[in-house]
Design a protein around this ligand. Structure first.
Ligand code: TRP
Length: 332
């Protein structure tokens, strides 16, 4: 059977080098002629945490353009917005009625907030909206609506995948075997360091930009903290942020050569220059494409409309079957 690979991209913020290496690149590597691939922008998921409409819109645009510039080819993959497939919400309700509340009580994002609230002596559900609580059900609907067989996700989503299977299994057992139980493809949690050495994250303010100018990339690399060893003094590559970042972009031979250069006392200035060049070489065409697409008015709107047009009939067909299975259809 053909694999149907599907993954959702939450539209928050602007992608950085960490997102590129950890999510975009590995997901696009799974696109192959003998698979069907579905990539969608999980824009309704973004509402859980973001209440600023301008930010929501900007994120959808930046995230979509980042993926497209990085090589997502809409003629080879299905690419659409979650919000353009209203059947997802109809399925969410149906699944809500199969999902045990106790199952969702155990979801780690929800549990973490409850634990924090309890510790600080607040009401345990303080700042918890129903979107956050039932997030895994919407995610299950995203997957099940297109009968995905394989879902590449980060390790933090493994639990949500188990929940999707659990909920689908309950539905199938109660009605009939309509929903496909998806398999998770857990992608390596590669930890890309930011320019302060901690994990790269917008919330640490340590990101290395991906789609901004060459100057911004240079500046961000210049800020990376090193020790005060002088040129000529041997340096240790292990646990060095510059070296780690370099390794993500370099070939095995280049990595070996860089290790040798550390031993021989390469200057920090030269390591930074090499790091800039290797990153810039890889992302230059992506950046150029991004700036080009960004200027094309209606490009994204047309693309989203085509994407939805291609996939929505499948969603409608599945919903038709489900309605019939649960007894909500023509009266005979
Ligand atoms: N929850 C996923 C994340 O934060 C994004 C997502 C939403 C998703 N719906 C999905 C991923 C469906 C895979 C399949 O990474």
């Amino acid at each position: 059977m053909r694999k149907r690979i599907l993954t959702g991209i939450t539209t928050t913020g602007t992608p950085h080098i960490g997102n590129y290496l950890g999510a975009i690149k590995p997901a696009l590597e799974l696109v192959a002629p003998d698979n069907d691939s579905y990539f969608f922008l999980a824009d309704y998921h973004a509402l859980i945490k973001q209440t600023n409409p301008t930010e929501i819109e900007a994120s959808v645009k930046n995230v979509a353009l980042a993926w497209l510039s990085s090589g997502l080819d809409p003629s080879k993959s299905h690419f659409y917005r979650q919000s353009d497939i209203p059947e997802v919400h109809e399925l969410t309700w149906i699944l809500n009625c199969s999902a045990a509340k106790g199952l969702l009580n155990r979801a780690h994002a929800y549990k973490a907030i409850v634990a924090e609230n309890t510790q600080s002596g607040s009401d345990e559900d303080k700042a918890v909206n129903m979107g956050l609580f039932s997030y895994p059900v919407l995610m299950a609907a995203d997957i099940l609506i297109f009968s995905a067989t394989h879902v590449p996700v980060g390790p933090d989503q493994a639990q949500h995948m188990e929940m999707a299977r659990d909920i689908a299994g309950k539905f199938n057992h109660a009605y009939s075997n309509i929903l496909t139980l998806p398999e998770a493809i857990i992608q390596n949690d590669i930890s890309v360091p930011g320019n302060d050495g901690r994990k790269m994250s917008k919330s640490y303010n340590n990101i290395i930009p991906f789609l901004s100018t060459e100057k911004a990339l240079q500046k961000s690399i210049a800020k990376i903290i090193t020790n005060s060893l002088e040129p000529g003094q041997p340096k240790d590559h292990a646990a060095c942020t510059l070296f780690q970042l370099y390794s993500f972009f370099a070939t095995d031979d280049q990595i070996e050569a860089m290790k040798q250069a550390y031993k021989e006392g390469i200057s920090w200035g030269d390591v930074k220059k090499d790091l800039f060049n290797i990153i810039n070489n890889e992302i230059l065409p992506i950046r150029e494409k991004y700036f080009e697409l960004k200027e094309q008015k209606d490009f994204l709107n047309d693309l989203f409309s085509d994407g939805a047009h291609k996939v929505r009939p499948q969603a409608q067909e599945l919903i038709g079957k489900l309605r019939e299975a649960v007894g909500i259809s023509n009266i005979v």
